[in-house]
Design a protein. Structure first.
Lengths: 156, 280
């Protein structure tokens, strides 16, 4: 399971829904694996960036013993290699719909920051271990990278 | 023809043998691929997005989300997370090394993601399974409502979901659509080849607040055989022309509408309708 996913998963138990401590789930006894991908999906990173919970991502990285992440998140502009800066002045609307902008984005190159973010979010995976809710203590097992979120009937 | 849903619960029906048989059938591969492309065309994504695949199975639907526009996936390649109740199906997906993240979960128990996680969601040939309750503690209505409420919350404002499913009959079709509407979605039903044995039903769902503001008519409008169920009520005697979208009057009316639907809305303050500084 990618760290990206962990930045969005919450405890599934109904009574935890309203508790802030049910996010993020905390990894315990985890075995990590880096699954390299062919390329960095820069438009995806730009899209997802404002939705990340950065402080929680830092906590998780720390709990997993990964190198510390910067205290503030990168900006969208930080993700683009400066040499392709002729295109970075375009406004990156959420619904970057038209073909012209699509092409512009295709020309942009990911910066080292983008590659680092890609490595953390999309290539660093939890292979085995547990995810623990900070509110109720429920443990979700992860096996072969697949988290088990099936709940016993009385907890639904 | 007998429906698998009537024989066994999904996690028992999709056992190791059936999951392998399902995934390797070239007929099934073709049909699932066609339906996934159809669902994608209804999502109209223009940029690589984060997508939830409900009942992802062995990844026949998900692997299409990972493809590029040149390979036929609009806005792709997308990043997806799949949930499925059958560990056998997920094992086949692991063997195939699909790119999406997988989790073992029962959609009838809810959608365990924080609010506004996904740009979009798809579900191909799975939602009819939610119309069965496997234990006496559960009801189909309860399962459908937990699923659609969770799905609604997990999508970002302006997000969309498309669920292709096989309703047993008109009653089931209605039960599913009503559950989605009750959760807050704008909903439309699209039927391809209606009345034939190849009939396909797509439930197209929108979340208000984005570009579309929940207006489903813009998504499926003008399409053949589309049945739009628009439950949004217009304020009585409201002169719509005078109201500017985003203005205080507009926000107050929206809040009123939401309150009428029983949704929790922020209390009005003197700041209601004022611009706020963007944090990012
Ligand atoms: C016909 S398969 C479709 C799989 C995949 N979407 C595809 O297009 O090939 C239906 C899938 O729905 C899954 N399913 C059924 N009920 C479910 C539930 N309550 N929660 C999650 N998945 C479920 C089944 O396990 C099965 O993998
Ligand atoms: Zn919990």
């Amino acid at each position: 399971m990618k760290l990206l996913t962990l930045n969005f998963l919450t405890c599934a138990i109904k009574t935890c829904k309203t508790s802030p401590a049910s996010f993020p789930l905390h990894p315990r006894d985890c075995e990590l694996e880096v699954v390299e991908s062919e390329s960095v999906n820069l438009p995806f990173l730009k899209n997802i960036l404002p939705r990340l919970m950065w402080d929680e991502l830092r906590v998780i990285a720390d709990e997993l013993g990964l190198p510390a992440l910067p205290s503030t998140p990168p900006t969208r502009d930080d993700l683009v290699e400066p040499s392709s800066s002729s295109t970075t002045t375009i406004s990156h609307a959420q619904n970057a719909g038209n073909a012209a902008e699509g092409q512009q984005q295709a020309e942009e190159k990911p910066s080292q920051t983008a590659r680092d973010l890609h490595r953390v979010l999309l290539e660093t995976c939890i292979k085995e271990g547990k995810l623990v809710c900070g509110n109720c203590g429920h443990e979700y097992k992860v096996m072969e990278g697949v988290a088990n979120f099936l709940l016993p009937g009385h907890l639904v | 023809m007998s429906r698998p849903e009537d024989i066994l619960p999904p996690d028992l029906f999709y056992n190791d043998t059936e999951s392998r048989k399902y995934t390797t059938s070239s007929r099934i591969q073709r049909i699932q691929s066609e339906m996934t492309h159809r669902a994608l065309s209804l999502l109209s994504l223009t940029t690589p997005s984060l997508i939830l695949d409900i009942g992802c199975g062995s990844g026949l639907s998900g692997e299409i989300l990972s493809q590029t526009p040149l390979e036929g996936t609009p806005g792709g390649p997308h990043t997806w997370i799949g949930m499925d109740i059958s560990s056998s199906m997920l094992s086949v997906a692991l063997e195939k090394e699909v790119e999406g993240d997988l989790m073992l979960a029962d959609a009838g128990q809810g959608v365990p993601f924080r609010a506004g996680t996904f740009d979009a969601a798809i579900s191909i040939s799975a939602v009819q399974w939610l119309c069965n309750a496997e234990s006496s503690e559960e009801s189909p209505a309860g399962r459908l409502s937990r699923f659609f409420n969770g799905l609604y919350a997990s999508l970002r404002r302006g997000g969309r979901a498309v669920c292709q499913f096989y309703p047993k009959n008109d009653e089931q079709k209605k039960m599913v659509s009503q559950a989605a509407i009750k959760a807050g979605f704008g909903a439309g039903l699209l039927e391809d080849d209606p009345g034939t044995k190849n009939a396909k039903t797509y439930l197209v769902l929108t979340v208000g607040g984005g570009e579309l503001d929940g207006d489903i008519t813009g998504v499926v409008g003008g399409m053949e055989g589309v049945d739009v169920m628009d439950t949004r009520r217009r304020g009585r005697g409201m002169k719509r022309g005078k109201e500017v979208k985003g203005s205080k009057a507009w926000i107050m009316r929206k809040k009123e509408q939401m309150e009428r639907k029983g949704r929790v809305v922020k209390a009005n303050s003197k700041y209601t309708g004022r611009k706020r500084r963007i944090q990012w």
